[in-house]
Design a binder for this molecule. Sequence first.
Ligand code: ZN
Length: 508
Amino acid sequence: MRELIKIFDTTLRDGEQSPGATMNVAEKVRIAQQLEKLNVDVIEAGFPIASEGDFEAVKAIARMVQRPQVVALARTTRNDIKRAWEAVRFAKYPRLHTFIATSDIHLKYKLRKTRQEVLDDAIKAVAFAKSLCEDVEFSAEDATRSDIEFLSAVIEGTIQAGATTINIPDTVGYAIPSEFGDLIGTIRQRVKGIEKVTLSVHCHNDLGLAVANSISAIQNGVRQVECTINGIGERAGNTSLEEVVMAIRTRKDLLQFQTRVLPKHIFSTSRLVSKITGMVVQPNKAIVGTNAFAHESGIHQDGVLKEKLTYEIMTPESVGIPKTSLILGKLSGRHAFRERLKDLGYRLSEADLEVAFARFKQLADKKREIYDEDIESIVVEEILRMPRRFKLVYLNVVSGNVTVPTATVQIEVDGQLMQEAGFGDGPVDATFKTIKKITRTKSKLLQFSINAITSGTEAQGEVTVKLEERGHTVIGQGADTDVIVASAKAYINALNKMEFKKQKLVGM
Ligand SMILES: [Zn+2]
């Protein structure tokens, strides 16, 4: 019998800490729903003390999710833990997750506390969390740069205080696989009571070793891996869920383990997270990149045509990459549309369905074939992106080789209709300058890119913009068959996210 490795997904917490990735409550709920379908064991839904939005998201997810455990993160203060519990308490299987740094670097410069103080804080926090919730996880932040004796004492103390899961994070992505495996082995040897708890790891990818470190940890006795979809997260990101899961599955000859994840939902989950966060997946990304199963060289193509096993260690179908996803057209009715939405995992209210269907009809007038990707982007744009401060109402752009590009824009700002016109170096520039004038915002445009959602010249263009304001970055997305309209939508989406982000108080 293969031992079970619990998959702890932190896309909604650590993943959201990716520079630019900010999600609202509806978007987080949608991702949580997809994670449940993917069959992860644990969903870390957020950090409730960080903002009202995080609190509401954790609460909504706790009430909705049925099978996975739902986790709320908290620092070691009573207020953090109370707030986390208020948000997560209605989950069927709630868990509180508290953390404090144990490395001397963090103690000295960040916490300004002695080792004894940190040990006391950790034990008190776990004991308090345990008084509220049966299931308590403790993380020793920056464990890989901590003194092993002190780290062991903290782990032992928190186990005695009632922790049921002990997490060893490589917070700064510093470890290499053999070293990290040894650390896990040492902890298992030294710490009294360690056999009573689930040992977990949380690896960052600063040296590109997060997945390798997680696998090494599993081989040394770890039974829970914290990870994110597409490996998103703080800085270079986290262990990528799809890579760990598929490594365990593909190399079952060497790794005597299993996970509960259903790989056929990996690709759609990856696409959804990318669409909602605006974090584009690089083409050569393992498992989910557009090139992950593409064979370019003639020799490889020839081999695959003769026998897939020559160059494919797993099939694209196994991770749910669709062969073709053509489904609807202009003549499709409301019923077919609703059914397709259901298949994609959306259950919309009647009012939301009307909004989405109207947009679908509009799109079908311009584009003959509507793909799953198009439908997904309609729902993300029209339904999930609410509520918003700024809303695009009207856009008219004149451009060409003999005119000065001019944009006329109407935007609803807090429900009030405003209009402006302006010039620019090109149609997109004119549009952005005019939007900026109306919204009186000061964000700087860092990045602008256009991608086709599906193939063909009538495909919808998906524009991604990255804005910066006083050190905050956000990523906005917009899709339309007209790339200037898509650009305006993306810019306004980013401005709305910026407003949302400004409400956040703390991050980890
Ligand atoms: Zn992290």
